[in-house]
Structure formats: structure tokens, C-alpha cells
Design a protein around this ligand. Sequence first.
Ligand code: CS2
Length: 443
Amino acid sequence: MNSHQTPPRLGRSESQPTPPIRIVHLGLGAFHRSHQAWYTQHAGDSADWGIAAFTGRRPDAAEVLAEQGGLFTLVERSGSGDSFEVVGSIVEAVDGADVGRLSELVAAPSTAVITLTITEAAYAAGAASHGTTSTPLARLVTALAARRDAGSGAIAVVSCDNLAENGDVTRAAVGALAEATDPALAVWIDQNVSFVSTSVDRITPRTTEADLAVVAQACGYRDAAPVVAEPFHNWILSGDFPAGRPRWEDAGAVFVDDIEPYENRKLWLLNGAHSILAYAGLVRGHSTVAEALSDDLCRDAVEAFWDEAARHLSDDALDIPAYRQALLERFGNSRIAHHLTQIAMDGTTKLRMRAWPVLAAERAAGRSGDGAARMIAAWIAYLSCTTDFHDPLAATMQDAKNLDGEHRTAALLALISAELADDAAVVSQIHRQLDSFAATTHA
Ligand code: CS2
């Protein structure tokens, strides 16, 4: 190609068959594309399963992807190089506010699966949103009503957010919303919607301008919406698919009866370590996961937390030593620039699931839980040195930050869990860690 010519834009050719829409997704972001869209593309029956994906926080993402017929490049970034693949399983990209199109698609009898990546915080926000269609779960309830009215039958809803028992959490949130607006719909949902629990994993940092240039250079076309991810991917699911599903197992997905041990392993060891690295790392001036991991203080804090969490992950099939080793390698991949500020978002919701269960389990066993307490102390230290934080409880958090000493610590802990804040011994324990953390930081 002549270097002065603009390379062509990535797009579908007329002759390329497009799979029919049978999956509707809420929360079109980079993670959906590197994970569920990738698994669907690699299912043996991928020709039968197209995805219509609706945006959540980024409505502009639909426009850019729609211009490419839903196609995008997945850049698989290992420690030694990049490989490139065009993913074609998303066949329609829609602005999430288009509840009419969402209802139409969910009401279609051919639609069998609804997947969600709406962020952890959205499950709590759902409860306050009945009667509106401004939140993803409220939109989902509206669309499920359309399916009931159309008589299209049972369907599976699959949460792919980092929450323990995410299927049950979704069932409760959707059920409460339906109950508040249309009790008969709540009954229909109870009888016709299968809420599948899943544990999802693939590190997917935000795409940068530099990534766009890498793709143009390597692939010879312009892609305005590539996604960069690590080579590792994992998907564990538990639940029924009454209207069918793609053969995701062909791509490595695993179906289990009891998902809890797998969820906890992922949430505590991977996500918990991420939160420690994010908060401790940012306080200590690092910007990426790989940088924070190379700081002994941060790494020791991670290992100490892992030792505690591992005591509550006793099933041999979990192979915790191998899992820990693999995590150190994944986090250490410095070619993946996974920014700590991205992980630091929504701390109250995340720590409730990443730190609190381990702290509670350790204390119930008569031990200190200092490793888990340290994750929370790192979060408080981070809040003390920034005004630029993103959290669903940001407004209340500001009030708590204005207090002093242990009152301040207790008020911040209350945002994670009332039980934490009510336990004076835990408040002091975390408060002491905060001081030691700050002292080490400024040494
Ligand atoms: C991260 C996760 O942002 C975060 O809180 O811990 O997004 C993490 O990268 C993924 O769960 C990896 O699968």
C-alpha cells in the first residue's frame, strides 16, 4: 500500500453472512467485546448466534461500532507480542437509551439469551429506579414485559459482572423492580426467566489512541474501536438456558453445578489483589498494575491477603498455588497498561465483595484478618490523597471525609458495610493500619 493512501475502514462485506440475533447484551464496553463476544465467535455454532449489544455508560460506543457493522479487532497482548483477530459476533450496536429496540429484540421468540455487563454498582442502583427506564435493570424489566406480552416464552438472563452469586443478585433486583411496577410481571419473570450465575475473567484495559495506530499498522485497515486484552480468558457458568445457548464450551467455558468456590477464588484473589494494587499503588505514585506489583510493599500486601483468602478456598480442584502463580504472571505483563485509576472506581461496592467477606471469615475463625483490613486501609489512604474519585456513594463519602480520626474511618467503613463500622475493634484495626500505611508511604 502507498503510505500516502488512507487505509480502508474495517467493515462487513456484502457477501459475508451475518449470524441472526439470538443474544441481547446490555453494557457494550471493552470487556463485553473481549469476553462474551469472543466466546460467542469461538463457539462451534457461532454462525447461529449473533449479538445485539446496547451501550451503558458510553452511548458513543454504539455509533463507532455500527459504522463498522459491529466488527472490531481484538488485540491479544502477551508479554512477548500482539496477535490480531477480527470479531464478528456483534451484529448490531445500539444506544442503550433505545428501549423500543431493546423491547423489540427481547420480545422476539428467536432471542434466547440476555447477557449483562452493567457494572457492580448498577445492581444496587436498580432498586431505586422503578418507573424509569434510565437504568439498565429498569430497561431490562421493560423489555421482559414486552416478551411476556408477545408470548415468546422462557429466556435466560446471564450476569457477567464481578459480584458473588450474580444470578441471584440479578433475580432479586429484577424481581423487586417488576414487583414495584407490575406484580403480575414479577410472577411471569419468576416462572419464565432463568438467572444464570457466572464468573468472568479477562483483563481488558481501556483502549488508547496508540492501540488504534498499532492495529492500523499491523492490519492495514482503520479500526476506530479495537479492544486490547490479555491472552488469558475464563468463563464459569451455572444455571439453565431454557431457550438454548451457543456452545461456549467449545471456546473453553465451563459449566458447573456449584459456582461459589470459583466466584470466590476470582473475586478475592484476582479482584481483591487488583484493589490492593490500585489503592496502595496510587498512593505510592504508581499508575499501572504491573508497576504496583513491582513495588515490594504492594506485592507483600497482596501476598498477605492471598494467604488469608486461601484459607477459605479449600476445595482442591481450585488449585490455589497454581492460580496465584498465574496471577503474578498476568499482573506482571507490563505490555498491558492496566491503569490503576480504572480499577479504583466504585470502591464501596467492590470492597464489600473483595475485602469484607475475607475479613469477616478470618475474624470468625479467631484470627486478625489484617491482610483484608489492609485493602480497606489502602482505600481510605487513597481517598485521603485524591478529590477525583468515582463512586456511587461519592456524595456521602465527602461528608465522611470531613470528619476526623476514628470517626472518619468509621464513617467511611459504614459505606462498605454497617457491620464493619459497628465493630469498634475492626474500626481501630483498620485505623491503625491506615497510620502505618501512611507512615511507610512518606518514609
Ligand atoms: C478489575 C476488573 O476494574 C476492576 O475492578 O478488578 O475489571 C478485572 O480486571 C477483571 O475482573 C478481570 O477479569
